[in-house]
Ligand binder design. Structure first.
Ligand code: ATP
Ligand code: MG
Length: 723
């Protein structure tokens, strides 16, 4: 059998890893050195040369997108389909195990997944039921605490509060929340992992079965595994299994969420036969980009240390753009992308990366204005939208009446006269009886424990859900969805709302029907009801609709979600002190290093050209702030940078910004405006000119609008009229 194609396009070190006899191994290597490529070839090698069945391999990646890509690449290499191979994220794989063994996992068959928002609501409810003050016990913090404990594998009974009253309350909230989830058949994200671990740990026969089955486990992006994920891998690999992990300590960016880069060292202790392979040649970026990224990351202490080199082209310098403000930054980026497109390149090949989701709005507006199609990863995902969650909540209740999170969500949506008081009665009854809300409602109705109007309303709701369940029983999934959207009154409710937002919501509800129509249950979901399979998919998948995957669009995403990806053209926006590194992290050395790693991840996404932008002034939470360039820019040697100025003046060294107001009044006149002048703007209305900066085309005025507040506007675009 000719297997040479499995080693084609690999260097000597990569080949050694791919073609090694089954073993445990650590591949520790920097960005763009081919770790993911090696993993893909390794899987194909194990199947073709070692004759392993796709059944015997378990591959773990970081996102659903990466998992789908890995599957596709393996299939292309092998020329055959590997549908039955378990390739997925930790969460997806844990979910698959729990579905297959729900009884052993002590879960109801129709258990549902709580996403972060559902979890927050649930925790809120628990805190209220415990008569605690939400201000003193913020639900968000409680979620954080609960997930943190679960990530460490800790149940309430494992935690000692050491008689600290504060710790005791947190623990009480955790316990009560978990009881509520168990009762309602709900599983949050952290619970998926913890329960899957317990499932194997506590069921000898299952553990043996899976250990024998998955003799070879491969993990990408290992540096970002947390305690429970690693414990799960270790359990599954057992003493006989082969675990191959690939990772880069310099790209560990989820420490804030419990990921432990120390797991790399732990792995070497736990798997003493594993050797370490380093890959040092980068195939992704130009020498300039790579050297700049290497220089940046060398500012971190305590690295495992690697040398990364390339024999690729030197490439263009990194372009640094100092924008006036965030609008100017966005406009600049849109302009460059337009140029890129005009030069005959694909929009898909351009990515804009930012530190926080909040930055995307201004960028989106600029792209819209420039008529450049774009696509956002992460952000508000389709399945997280209000109207979609409403519709899903009805579907969830149809599948599982005890789903308290779904019950709370739609009991009064659309409004049917079930107010806070009635809900309060239901909640406290549920608490007293140790029952779910649905059960509480039934028992209160039976005991006539609700007053006339409220009783009628609650009765109506229960009957509605029952009736929806009856009518959709044998229908295909998309017809079920359509019936529920209409039968619940959701469609009518959103149709009756006015405005663009409501229109979008109606569109989205229709889109949900299409999504269910196009839904193909994954292989592992064959035993599940299509409805349950779809609901799990909605909770677990990124929810970025796959359909527009092939559209040519600029890619927008946070730096975190760019991990593992690569693009010919990359923009990093908002590279300013207080933004990146973020305010909080710049005060803590550990977190500052994590921010620096994030910057390293961002820079190393770029293949040909990297732009780093920062604004001198930025509106944050409605307030104008003066911003300084990020320290990370200073950590990149000047020889790799090129400062961009508007009107394509290029200055090779960082320039000192002139005092922005020093020159104002002289040029001010040319715009015909003066300080204190009353002006009118087509969108913002009337206002007073407060300030002025810049020259010629770039000149801007600050206007305090009577209604819209203070804004900086570029005179050339603002269409201001003197009054
Ligand atoms: P990251 O740390 O960012 O996840 P990585 O180490 O996983 O990066 P890959 O994404 O596997 O790196 O590879 C980076 C790029 O280099 C890809 O485009 C890949 O196809 C290419 N590449 C990897 N190895 C080789 C090689 N031996 N010859 C040519 N190209 C290669
Ligand atoms: Mg990779």
């Amino acid at each position: 059998m000719d297997v040479s194609h499995l080693l084609d396009g690999l260097n000597e070190h990569q080949r050694q890893v791919v073609s090694a006899a089954p073993c445990s191994k650590l591949v520790l290597a920097g960005a763009g050195s081919g770790k993911t490529r090696v993993l893909v070839h390794r899987i194909a090698w194990l199947m073709q040369v070692e004759q392993l069945s796709p059944h015997a391999i378990l591959a773990v990646t970081f996102t659903n997108k990466a998992a789908a890509e890995m599957r596709g690449r393996v299939e292309r290499l092998l020329g055959s389909n590997v549908r039955s191979m378990w390739i997925g994220t930790f969460h997806g794989l844990a979910h698959r195990l729990l579905r297959a063994h729900y009884r052993d996992a002590k879960l109801p068959e129709g258990f549902q997944i709580l996403d972060a928002e559902d979890q927050l609501r649930m925790v809120k409810r628990v805190i209220r039921a415990m008569n605690l003050d939400e201000k003193q016990w913020p639900p968000r913090q409680a979620c954080w605490y609960i997930n943190g404990q679960k990530d460490e594998g800790l149940r309430p009974e494992h935690i000692d509060h050491f008689n600290d009253p504060q710790a005791r309350v947190q623990l009480d909230i955790y316990r009560a929340y978990q009881q509520a989830c168990d009762l309602a058949g709900l599983v949050d994200f952290a619970e998926l992992l913890l329960r899957a671990h317990e499932l194997l740990r506590d069921n000898e026969h299952l553990l043996r079965h899976y250990q024998q089955r998955f003799g070879n486990i491969l993990v990408d992006e290992f540096q970002d595994t947390n305690g429970i994920q690693y414990a799960w891998l270790r359990l599954l690999a057992g003493s006989q299994g082969n675990l191959m992990i690939v990772g880069d300590d310099d790209q560990s960016i989820y420490g804030w969420r419990g990921a432990k880069v120390e797991n790399i060292q732990q792995f070497l202790q736990d798997f003493p036969t594993a050797d370490t392979v380093r890959l040092e040649q980068n195939y992704r970026s130009t020498a300039t980009i790579l050297n700049a990224a290497n220089a940046l990351i060398s500012n971190n202490a305590g690295r495992l240390g690697k040398d990364l080199w390339t024999d690729g082209k030197e490439g263009a310098p990194i372009s640094v753009y100092a924008a006036f403000n965030e609008l100017d930054e966005a406009r600049f980026i849109a302009g460059q992308i337009k140029q890129w497109l005009d030069d005959g390149n694909a929009l898909n090949d351009a990515a804009i990366l930012y530190r926080s989701n909040a930055q995307s709005r201004v960028l989106e507006e600029a792209l819209l204005q420039a008529q450049l199609p774009y696509r956002i990863y992460g952000g508000q995902r389709f399945f997280e939208r209000q109207e979609i969650k409403d519709a899903l909540a009805y579907l969830r209740l149809i599948s599982n009446r005890d789903d308290d999170a779904a019950f709370e969500r739609v009991v009064n949506t659309p409004t049917r006269g079930i107010g806070d008081r009635t809900l309060g009665i239901l909640r406290s009854h549920a608490r007293d009886e140790g029952s779910t809300l649905w059960q509480a409602a039934q028992s209160l109705l039976a005991k006539t424990g609700l007053a006339g109007r409220a009783a009628k309303a609650v009765e109506g709701f229960l009957a509605l859900v029952q009736q929806l369940d009856d009518t959709v029983d044998d229908l295909p999934l998309h017809s079920q969805t359509e019936r529920v959207i209409h039968g619940s009154g959701l469609m009518a409710m959103y149709q009756a709302e006015k405005g663009e937002k409501a229109e979008t919501r109606v569109e989205n509800l229709k889109e949900l029907v299409s999504a269910t129509r196009g839904f193909v249950p994954p292989e592992d979901a064959e035993s599940m009801l299509p409805l349950d399979a779809f609901l799990s998919h909605a909770a677990l998948e990124a929810g970025d609709s796959q359909a527009d995957e092939f559209d040519d669009a600029v890619q927008l995403m946070t730096l975190h979600s760019a991990k593992g990806l690569e693009f010919p053209l990359v923009f990093m926006g908002g590279v300013e002190e207080g933004m990146f590194p973020s305010q909080m992290s710049s005060e803590e050395p550990g977190r500052l290093e994590e921010e620096r790693r994030l910057c390293y991840v961002g820079m190393t996404r770029a293949m040909q050209q990297l732009y780093i932008c920062h604004a001198e002034s930025r509106r944050i939470y409605g307030r104008e702030n003066y911003q300084r360039p990020s320290r990370f820019l200073r950590e990149i040697p000047e020889k790799y940078q090129q400062q961009i100025r508007i009107r394509s003046q290029v200055v090779s060294a960082p320039v000192q910004q002139p005092n922005r107001f020093s020159q104002a009044p002289a040029q001010f006149a040319e715009s015909g405006l003066h300080l204190g002048q009353r002006v009118a703007h087509p969108k913002f209305g009337d206002g007073t000119v407060l300030n002025y900066e810049g020259v010629g085309e770039q000149s801007r005025v600050q206007v305090n609008f009577d209604d819209a507040g203070s804004k900086w506007l570029v005179v050339a675009y603002a269409r201001l009229q003197g009054l």
